[in-house]
Design a binder for this molecule. Structure first.
Ligand code: FAD
Length: 452
């Protein structure tokens, strides 16, 4: 049900804010996006998204949703040089001591730098007639009407002349990222802060970009090479990007951070369990210096559990839940939340908040379970481990082993990792039988594709 006389304001013009604005524009008459940065037309890094220098994998679920929100955008990105391919057949996955079997699964994806993807999404959102951008503007605080128990707009301040204003709106979306002040505002309005879950991982990233030539990296579009918990704290994510480049991110959890100086960075690459990344980075030309990033903890704020909650106020994206980035989930979860917002808006603005959180809570449960479940394999990561989770960990170790040769198990596993299917599909009778009965092959498997 669309309500043309109504309006929305979105705080933050990164991936979550842009996608929220995209779906809001189908339901309300006017959408204003408030962003503190100057937003470049080109695919350039900007201050508010410092993570953009690092490998940003778009999971297949996110790829499909973006393709639906912005018809033709993926073709446009491909035209700019972002390669498309099969998430298993065109990538290298070395996980739990084995190569996953490379074969065509039909799960399609794209690799593209984060600035290029965000710029493409921004261009599309800017072209929507009902959307206005307020750049170089700080969102100060939502306006709260205590009598009506709802938000009615957002107070803002221009970075150019310090002028203050209020953007009146029926819906206020907080997509301001991990540093969101929503818990403080909710406490001030008398609702108290949300319950917060933290799973500390202390991840460090160090990323360089390299020239990409045909045939590099086993003729793939990238891959993930990871150590095995509890001792293997190091990993690398390699992604092809537009402009014939490789974005190569080295990462380490629990304080085992990659250094920035070249010899030590290369030594870190060489310390990974297989030499594919070392071979790549020592055989091609670096194009940039090393950029770093530190990520302390998975952080989830459970707004869906707050009853009551002010009407018209929505918190989404990293502001609600930020995941250990090594699992590459954030942008795809932002897209799933935008889809949930679209569904919630179909029922009109009355009761929107409750409908949204009823959808968003279970949606976030899955990537949260995957990210924190993997992190909790490291004994030094604090958190609750149920007996069931220990059994599941052992089962998934077996999945990893079998998926090095069994195409059916491998495909299913990547559907789960791509957030296309829930983890429960790995417990279907057919998959259980293959995982438990089949004897995994000896050795590490191969980075080369299987025979068709
Ligand atoms: C190192 C790293 C690597 C990552 N890798 C991946 C990956 O491989 N795949 C993936 O899917 N995700 C990845 N992510 C996560 C991904 O970057 C985020 O999930 C995604 O950007 C969505 O975040 P967001 O839009 O909610 O918030 P953010 O990206 O943090 O954006 C918040 C926006 O709000 C603006 N803002 C904040 N406060 C104000 C204010 N008061 N007034 C005005 N504007 C404001 C900021 O300038 C910014 O533009 C990674 C994250 C990190 C840190």
């Amino acid at each position: 049900m669309s309500t043309p006389s109504s309006s929305a304001v979105v705080l933050g013009a990164s991936m979550s804010g842009l996608l929220a604005a995209r779906v809001l524009s189908d339901h309300v008459g006017r959408v204003t996006i408030v962003e503190r940065d100057t937003l470049p037309d080109a695919a350039e890094p900007r201050r508010g998204v410092p993570q953009a220098a690092h490998a940003h994998g778009l999971l297949a679920s996110g790829y499909r949703l973006l393709d639906g929100f912005f018809p033709g955008m993926m073709d446009e990105l491909e035209g700019l040089g972002a390669p498309r391919g099969d998430v298993v057949g065109d990538f290298l996955w070395f996980l739990f001591g084995r190569w996953k079997c490379r074969h065509d699964t039909g799960i399609r994806g794209m690799t593209v730098s984060r600035p290029c993807l965000e710029a493409a999404v921004r261009r599309r959102v800017k072209a929507l007639p009902s959307v206005t951008f307020l750049e170089r503007t700080d969102g100060l605080s939502p306006r709260y009407d205590a009598r009506a128990r709802r938000v009615v707009g957002l107070d803002v301040r221009s970075r150019d002349d310090d002028a203050r204003d209020t953007v009146e709106a029926d819906v206020v979306v907080d997509a301001s990222g991990r540093g969101s002040r929503a818990p403080k505002w909710l406490a001030e309005w008398g609702y108290g802060p949300p319950e917060e879950s933290l799973v500390k991982v202390d991840v460090g990233y160090a990323t360089r970009t390299f020239e990409r030539r045909p045939g590099d990296f086993f003729d793939t579009l990238g891959g993930v090479i990871s150590g095995t918990p509890p001792t293997g704290t190091r990993l690398a994510a390699v992604l092809a990007a537009e402009g014939n480049r490789w974005v190569v991110t080295l990462a380490g959890v629990l304080g085992d951070h990659p250094p920035t100086a070249e010899p030590e960075w290369l030594a870190f690459a060489a310390s990974l369990p297989v030499p594919a990344v070392r071979d790549l980075v020592t055989s091609t030309r670096p194009l940039t210096d090393t950029a770093t990033y530190r990520f302390p903890a998975n952080q989830r704020r459970r707004y869906e559990r707050m009853h009551p909650f002010p009407d018209g106020f929505l918190v989404l994206g990293d502001a609600a839940c930020s995941f250990n980035p090594i699992y590459g989930q954030g942008m795809s979860v932002a897209a799933q939340e935008a889809r949930a917002l679209d569904d919630a808006l179909a029922g009109g603005l009355e009761g929107l908040t409750r409908r949204f959180y009823d959808l968003a809570g279970p949606l976030i449960d899955v990537p949260w379970l995957i990210a924190t479940g993997e992190d909790l394999r490291f004994p030094a990561v604090e958190g609750h481990r149920s007996p069931a989770s220990r059994v599941m960990n052992r089962y998934f170790e077996r999945v990893h082993a079998v998926a090095s040769a069994d195409r059916v198990v491998c495909r299913r596993f990547f559907e789960v990792l791509s957030l296309l299917e829930p983890p429960s599909v790995m417990m279907s009778p057919g998959i259980l039988r293959r995982v438990l009965v089949r004897r995994p092959p000896d050795g590490q498997g191969s980075p080369w594709p299987l025979e068709p």
